[in-house]
Design a protein around this ligand. Structure first.
Ligand SMILES: [Fe+2]
Length: 473
């Protein structure tokens, strides 16, 4: 009799225990709990011919999006491929998807994981990788639609259904369907209150809608469910800090940074990204962060030559833009990226479109132009071509308006501040930006032109701001 996983997908193994342990590891992965790598390594140690175990391990490495995982990814892909003759079609499709990632074709890899899901809508591993892959690639609509397409194959009696609802909630949020996102996220949590991704989806809704006190309560009251022994906790703590930041409680933000976002000297890139992003936001507000950049800069310095993923590089450059002893690092990173754009692969494209302009922004800052060029060239807020969520990419928007304010570009600052206040009128920080923009007074173009700029910025930020750069240069 064919052995299946808990949602009915055939496995080529004849070992029921391995299949059960795969299901258990998958649950850990969905909930970011414990150590799914250790769990699958133990399974493979006892059953090295367990093909799906190797595919699972490869998927874990894909999800890390860092160069350091590449040797283990290669090891797992090759181990799985050696078992190709006895594997089933779905397992071979997993191998091909992981192989594409290994070869730098991130977009092709995500597409392949997505095709597995089309053929096997209850393949929860492929679904998770495709979902997070959509996140890495900035494919907001797919965050929602890919999950919506498989939902008819799931119901409350299917193991892991809550996790799928959590994914859908996040996709809905990234498509600005906030009401449905929150309702779906809360439904996911009724099934499984310990789903940090569903908690996160609802936190995003509250962040985007400017419901700061409610968002703070939401995260603080549920922390006992999502924080202990959880590999995603740092990011939910980051969201909590973001809400406090909006209210101007900088002491609380720094406390969260020290105790939860960067409680240790983690070398995990995803955690370093959140640390950089929070310090950069504080920097833009002119808040003294003490010597917090120093260890973070040291961690990023070890990765200058990786050139693995443009989103990582942009966050490295934040440390190199303001951290101590940074200039040489900045130069090396820019040089590395300039070489990278000629390589093949998905990251080369992201680097050319966004990854290079963004880090250049940090360097330009030291010449007095601050971040205008990079932010204008990238404009990933309105035209995302880099990964991350809207809340994460908002940092680019914040950089752009700060650049405009410091360069006395009244019309652009005013337009962006107006836009922000319109989007989130409950944000004290947005009103503060608007007040600063108003205080700049009218520039040479005057108020009428400011209105025109507002339209232009919304419709074609890149072209407009590039033109401004020419004026500023
Ligand atoms: Fe988030």
């Amino acid at each position: 009799m064919t052995i299946t996983d808990s949602t009915g997908n055939s496995l080529s193994t004849g070992n029921r225990a391995s299949a059960d342990r795969y299901d258990a590891a998958l649950t850990l992965l969905h909930g970011y709990f414990g150590d799914p790598l250790l769990a699958i390594d133990r399974t493979l140690a006892e059953d090295p011919e367990f093909t799906m175990g190797h595919c699972f391990r490869a998927a874990l490495m894909v999800l890390s999006t860092e160069r350091g995982a590449e040797p283990m990814l290669r090891e797992s892909v090759e181990a799985a491929e050696r078992l190709g003759a006895t594997a089933n079609d779905r397992e071979r499709a997993h191998m091909a998807a992981a192989r594409a990632w290994l070869e730098g074709d991130f977009a092709g890899s995500v597409q392949r994981y997505g095709e597995i899901v089309q053929n096997h809508p209850r393949d929860a591993l492929a679904l998770q990788v495709a979902h997070i892959g959509d996140f890495f690639l900035g494919q907001s609509r797919m965050l929602r639609d890919r999950i919506a397409a498989v939902l008819p194959a799931w119901n409350a009696s299917t193991p892991g259904y809550g996790f799928v609802l959590g994914m859908h909630a996040f996709g809905l949020e990234e498509c600005a369907e906030y009401g449905q996102a929150e309702e779906t996220g809360r439904r996911a949590l009724q099934i499984n209150p310990r789903d940090p991704w569903a908690v996160h989806a609802v936190a995003h809704v509250m962040e985007m809608q400017g419901r700061q006190p409610e968002g703070i309560r939401w995260l603080e009251d549920s922390a006992g469910n999502w924080a202990p022994d959880n590999g995603f906790a740092y990011h939910n703590w980051w969201h909590l800090a973001l809400l406090y930041l909006d209210l101007g409680d900088h002491a609380r933000v720094l406390k969260l940074y020290d105790e939860a976002i960067r409680a240790d000297d983690s070398q995990i890139v995803l955690q370093m990204i959140d640390a950089s992003a929070m310090l950069w936001r504080l920097h833009l507000r002119g808040i003294d962060v003490g010597d917090r950049w120093k260890p973070l800069l040291a961690a990023w310095t070890l990765r200058i030559d990786e050139r693995y993923y443009a989103f990582n590089d942009a966050h490295a450059m934040m440390a190199f833009a303001v951290g101590p002893g940074r200039r040489e690092c900045a130069r090396r990173l820019i040089e590395a990226l300039e070489h990278r754009v000629d390589d093949g692969g998905t990251n080369a494209m992201m680097t050319r479109d966004v990854g290079l302009p963004l880090p250049c922004a940090g360097r330009i800052r030291s010449r007095g132009l601050f971040a205008l060029h990079g932010a204008a060239a990238a404009d990933p807020v309105h035209r995302p071509s880099i990964g991350g969520s809207h809340a994460q990419r908002d940092l680019i928007h914040l950089t752009l308006i700060e650049a405009a304010l410091r360069a006395n570009r009244t019309s652009v600052a005013r337009a962006i501040a107006d836009e922000r206040v319109h989007d989130k009128p409950s944000s004290p920080f947005n009103w503060n930006l608007l007040s600063r923009a108003r205080d700049l007074g009218a520039d040479a173009a005057g108020a009428a032109e400011a209105n025109q700029h507002a339209l232009d910025v919304r419709s074609n930020a890149t072209a407009r701001l590039r033109a401004m750069l020419a004026v500023a240069a």
